[in-house]
Design a protein around this ligand. Structure first.
Ligand SMILES: Cc1cc2nc3c(=O)[nH]c(=O)nc-3n(C[C@H](O)[C@H](O)[C@H](O)COP(=O)(O)O)c2cc1C
Length: 542
């Protein structure tokens, strides 16, 4: 691994760490970035491969649809093909990611300004960028959804803009469609709670500025890359929180042609000005809500400089239908925010976890709140309302469950709804919700609504009817000894008490499982009674 005086890893160090962990596949075969690169990596999200077995893919031999060769490699999945890859970027075990985020947001560290930066090793600016093959088209930018997308599109971006009033910078991950060697179109969400960069655009427009300075950063140190998709309050400079994540200032450098500061260890920086007067058609593009975003007017940007490292690697996020790299990055970042909001912000007692449902729904529509057993009903409803309205575009359907339910198992969720809720008492709908990020837009004022469901146990229930854990564990060994097909245990895979049970029944079950059922027969004989209807309940402990 590269030794570095920096107290944090850049993208190259991170790729070395992934390689060492066996999480990086290097593809040296020729790959067409326009029609093959993303579909190839897509297979690991739609090919029945477990999340833990997903990898980052580094492509070293890239051509485009015209057969032109590129000498810059592209990496897909390097930031978040799965949680393990994300945790290597975070330099923390998966279980500690929540605490890392909480600490970084509570203790941001201001960046350090440097004069010389790796991202300025190679500089193309001014007239250098004019003409085919001289500007953006020097970069191997893939087409994400061949067959639907209308342009190679930058996806793994940290788009830097500055609030003209306060001078505070924002960094957001926004897609940018290539249009010409020196022009691209940026899409910033205009909805309430949408892109921070769009608020800067509005501020520039209000001041009468015809352009907004912008720097699109590709390939940052992972701690900085994580900041692009993270939703932090407006006015918080994400670079400070990135410092909080690594426990040291992040090095930043002044961009060449715009008055903005960019991470010094970036792989590539695309500088320029976003037009605040004219808009230009952009998309179709396969979106993270799982449908294709149709063509719409977005913000053209004229490019004034492209700076890069001597040997850069360009990252590209695989997004579209979840699960994807995009949904993993957002999930790992957003779930801690939801939990902190309910637990610390609203002070709801007993919430153990908030899970944003990922496959197909893409985190936006279904939120599960895992609650301690016995949590008061009023607290459960506070959690449900709190989660539904924390972020405008998440939580259309919110379900509260107990902590024996795996929120990632849709069968278990249906099971909880089926056996633990009474729709008349435990289901509420709430009017007036924006459409949020999705195939339907609220431009026509169209509204959606919210469904809240309490699927927690309202009282004790009999145990789950599977053999107790030790019996399942013992026979798993026998199963493996017999060389039978590999098991993939799915929760619940053993029986456990749900409160309605008695020590006498434990004893009877132990007798039965050790061949002593006749002992149980002797006990029940003594308890024979007259005059009762069959199916009358009997409690041995009463
Ligand atoms: C792969 C990927 C692509 C994204 N594309 C866009 C986009 O094109 N426009 C947008 O406004 N948000 C997009 N997002 C979501 C934003 O990055 C996210 O809302 C983030 O919080 C924005 O940062 P900001 O709040 O500082 O603006 C994307 C996220 C990911 C992970």
């Amino acid at each position: 691994m590269t030794t570095t005086p920096r107290p944090y890893r850049d993208l190259h160090d991170h790729l070395d760490a992934l390689r060492e962990a066996g999480l990086l596949v290097t593809v040296d075969r020729r790959i067409d970035k326009d029609s093959e690169l993303h579909p190839l990596v897509r297979w690991q999200f739609v090919g029945g491969i477990d999340e833990k077995d997903r990898k980052a893919f580094l492509f070293t031999n890239i051509v485009d649809g015209l057969g032109r060769k590129y000498d810059i490699p592209v990496v897909v999945g390097a930031i978040a093909a799965n949680r393990e890859i994300y945790s290597i970027g975070m330099r923390a075990p998966v279980a500690d990611i929540q605490a890392k985020w909480d600490n970084a947001i509570a203790h941001p560290i201001k960046p350090r300004v440097v004069e010389k930066a790796a991202c300025h090793d190679v500089i193309h600016e001014g007239r250098d960028l004019v003409g085919e093959g001289n500007g953006l088209d020097r970069l191997p930018i893939p087409v994400s959804t061949p067959g639907f997308d209308s342009a190679p599109t930058l996806t793994a971006t940290n788009v830097v803009t500055r609030d003209p009033a306060t001078g505070v910078q924002n960094m957001g991950t926004y897609r940018c469609a290539l249009k010409a060697p020196d022009r691209l179109v940026v899409r910033m969400a205009t909805r309430v709670g949408g892109a921070g960069g769009y608020q800067h655009y509005l501020a520039h427009k209000k001041r009468g500025d015809k352009e907004m300075p912008c720097a699109i950063v590709l390939g940052c140190p992972p701690a900085v890359a994580f900041m692009g998709p993270q939703k932090l309050p407006a006015g918080v400079d994400e670079i400070d929180v990135a410092g909080g994540l690594v426990g040291a200032p992040i090095d930043i450098v002044k961009a060449r042609t715009v008055d903005l500061m960019v991470p010094a260890e970036s792989e590539v920086v695309i500088e320029g000005f976003i037009d605040t007067e004219y808009v230009e058609p952009e998309a179709p593009f396969g979106e993270s809500h799982g449908h294709v975003a149709l063509e719409e007017f977005n913000m053209p940007m004229r490019i004034t400089a492209i700076t890069r490292r001597a040997k850069p690697v360009i990252p590209s996020y695989i997004s579209q239908v979840a699960p994807s790299e995009s949904s993993v990055i957002k999930r790992v970042a957003y779930e801690p925010l939801f939990l902190a909001h309910l637990r610390d912000g609203l002070g709801v007692k007993g919430v153990k976890r908030v899970a944003l449902h990922e496959p197909l729904t893409g985190l936006l529509r279904v939120t599960t709140i895992v609650c301690e057993r016995g949590m008061p009903r009023t607290e459960i409803w506070r959690a449900l309302y709190g989660a539904a309205f924390f972020k405008g575009d998440c939580g259309k359907i919110c379900i509260a469950v107990n902590d024996d339910i795996d929120p990632d198992n849709a069968d278990a969720l249906l099971w909880a709804l089926a056996y633990r809720s009474n729709p008349v008492h435990d289901v509420r709908t709430v009017d007036s919700r924006g459409q949020g990020h999705g195939p339907k837009r609220e431009h026509g004022g169209e509204e959606d609504s919210t469904l809240l469901m309490d699927a927690t146990m309202k009282s004790d229930m009999p145990p789950l009817a599977l053999p107790k854990k030790p019996y399942m564990e013992n026979t798993k060994k026998i199963w493996e000894e017999l060389g039978l097909p590999a098991l993939r245990p799915q929760s619940p895979w053993f029986g456990y008490s749900l409160g309605d049970w008695s020590p006498a029944w434990d004893k009877a079950a132990e007798n039965a499982a050790t061949g002593h059922y006749l002992e149980n027969g002797r006990i029940s004989l003594q308890r024979q009674r007259k005059g009762l209807v069959p199916e009358t309940k009997f409690r041995p402990d009463e």
